[in-house]
Design a protein around this ligand. Structure first.
Ligand SMILES: Nc1ncnc2c1ncn2[C@@H]1O[C@H](COP(=O)(O)OP(=O)(O)OP(=O)(O)O)[C@@H](O)[C@H]1O
Ligand SMILES: [Mg+2]
Length: 461
């Protein structure tokens, strides 16, 4: 087990420090099976690290080793990518490649991928920085609140030393009460910043929404007044939260955050390009859609490595890792334009899930579906027990329904479990008996009729 001490953000193991073997081990905690895919993403990541270590002139010639995951719906493609990003603090963005072909999105600027990724990086780094200054911010907020509760004398007024001492004693007493929460309901008046940006107004320009907030305030000072303040009454409990947040904003150096975020994106960013199969194809179709080949050509520079201008600065995309995924039922990876194929040299197939996989998915992952339901019902004071043979039955039904209707992979487990626990989910707060047992017989009783009737299962499961 790794223990993180506060204030040692630098020590957080970066995803890039993990060996491929360690990455696979970590993924195993959340994703069942799919060994080949886990191995492939681990290799892709390691290749990025290797390329980063090369002298720049050589690195330039080594093509990025991105990855394509091929597998039908609900077998864990997104889950693997998501877990990978969470492993360490990589900025992670998931986009549907088909977004760029949709009517209304015609010509949607693919550079928005990088801008969005930077926004995510900013949030990530800002949160880390806020965690670092949290304590200091709380102290400052406390001092400000004490100033409010017990105003100091006006300037120039002469004070006797004993008055000063008494004043300090009172202040410390108040501090004690404040910390114990005894003042929480008292009302104070706090100077708050007015929201400068009227909510509910969205402005869409040819460049897209993302570009807009840069100059609006400068351009339209009348509509968006600057940081004006007003007095607001609130309880001490609320005030300490408000002031802490304000102090956090003050203590965090946003220029530094921006710099670090860009660095983080450039070196560890991951873009998950879903539904890549939908843009595979080389025909130039006429019509309202952007041609698929056109989209591939648009995306290419970002994957090859280019510089994108964002509102936080220039971002080089050379080392951003791209993980593409698709079912490839109709098209094949070889239908992608050659340049793009070259940028995705790692290919991996995900296996269809078996009954046995379903059983493991229900129980093994850290936050498996079963654990989730047990925890949810526990909030109602109900002890949910799901027997092994019930799990077996659920896996079995899910598998059968997938075969008979549409194969939606592990997502079927969600619909089946929801149906199995329908009764207890509804009645939980009113139940006298605080123990609820689900065994195979119960599962069959709830599901048998539905599963047998194919039409019915199409609607219900
Ligand atoms: N191998 C697996 N191990 C654990 N959970 C899984 C696995 N496969 C799928 N799941 C679960 O099923 C759900 C759907 O999986 P996921 O989003 O990864 O599907 P996908 O392969 O990306 O499908 P799509 O092509 O439709 O996007 C998630 O809740 C995920 O946790
Ligand atoms: Mg997916």
């Amino acid at each position: 087990m790794v223990i993180y001490l506060p204030g040692t953000v630098e020590d957080t193991p970066q995803l890039d420090d993990l060996t491929p073997r360690q990455i696979v081990q970590e993924l195993d905690k959340h994703v069942v099976g799919q060994a080949a895919a886990k191995r492939a993403v681990a290799i892709a990541l390691r290749n990025r690290v290797r390329r980063q270590k090369l002298p720049p002139d050589l690195a330039q010639d080594v093509m990025p080793k991105n990855i394509i995951m091929i597998g039908s719906t609900g077998v864990g493609k997104t889950e693997i990518a998501r877990r990978l990003a969470r492993l360490a603090n990589s900025p992670f963005l998931k986009v549907e490649a088909s977004k760029f072909t949709e009517v209304g999105y015609v010509g949607r600027d693919v550079e928005s991928i990088v801008r969005d990724l930077v926004d995510i990086g900013i949030d990530l780094v800002r949160e880390e920085k806020i965690a670092e200054v949290e304590e200091k911010a709380r102290q400052n907020a406390e001092e400000r609140l004490l100033d409010l509760l017990l105003p100091t004398r006006r300037e120039g007024e002469s004070i006797l030393p004993e008055d000063e001492a008494a004043f300090q004693r009172t202040r410390e007493k108040l501090r004690q009460q404040l910390r114990e929460g005894k003042l929480d309901n008292r009302i104070v008046e706090i100077e708050v910043k007015e929201r400068g940006f009227p909510s509910g107004i969205e402005i869409i320009t040819p460049q897209g929404i993302e570009e807009m907030d840069i100059n609006l305030r400068d351009m339209l000072p009348g509509i968006f007044p600057g940081a004006r303040t007003k007095l607001r009454k609130m309880s001490v409990g609320e005030a300490i939260e408000y002031l802490t947040q304000e102090e956090e904003q003050k203590l965090v150096d946003m220029d530094q955050v921006a710099r670090l975020a860009i660095e983080r994106v450039e070196e560890t960013g991951i873009v998950f390009l879903d539904e890549i199969d939908k843009i595979a194809g080389r025909e130039t179709s006429a019509g309202p859609d952007v041609s698929r080949e056109g989209v591939q050509r648009d995306i290419l520079p970002i994957i090859e490595g280019t510089t994108v201008n964002t509102r936080y600065g220039m971002v080089r995309t050379d080392h951003i890792l791209f993980i593409a995924a698709g079912a490839f039922h109709v098209s094949k990876p070889s239908d992608l334009i050659p340049e793009l194929q070259g940028r995705f040299p790692i290919r991996v197939n995900l296996d269809p899930l078996t009954k046995e996989d379903f059983k493991r998915i229900l129980t093994e992952p850290r936050n498996s579906l079963i654990r989730q339901y047990v925890a949810l019902l526990d909030t109602e004071g109900i002890a949910l027990e799901i027997t092994d043979d019930a799990i077996e039955a659920v896996a079995d039904f899910a598998f059968t329904v997938n075969q008979n209707t549409e194969n939606i992979g592990a997502r079927r487990l969600h619909t089946v479990m929801e149906k199995v626990l329908d009764e207890v989910s509804f009645a939980a707060p009113d139940m006298e008996e605080k123990h609820f047992r689900v065994d195979a017989a119960y599962v069959r009783k709830v599901l048998a009729d539905i599963v047998q009737d194919e039409d019915l299962s199409k609607y219900i499961l």
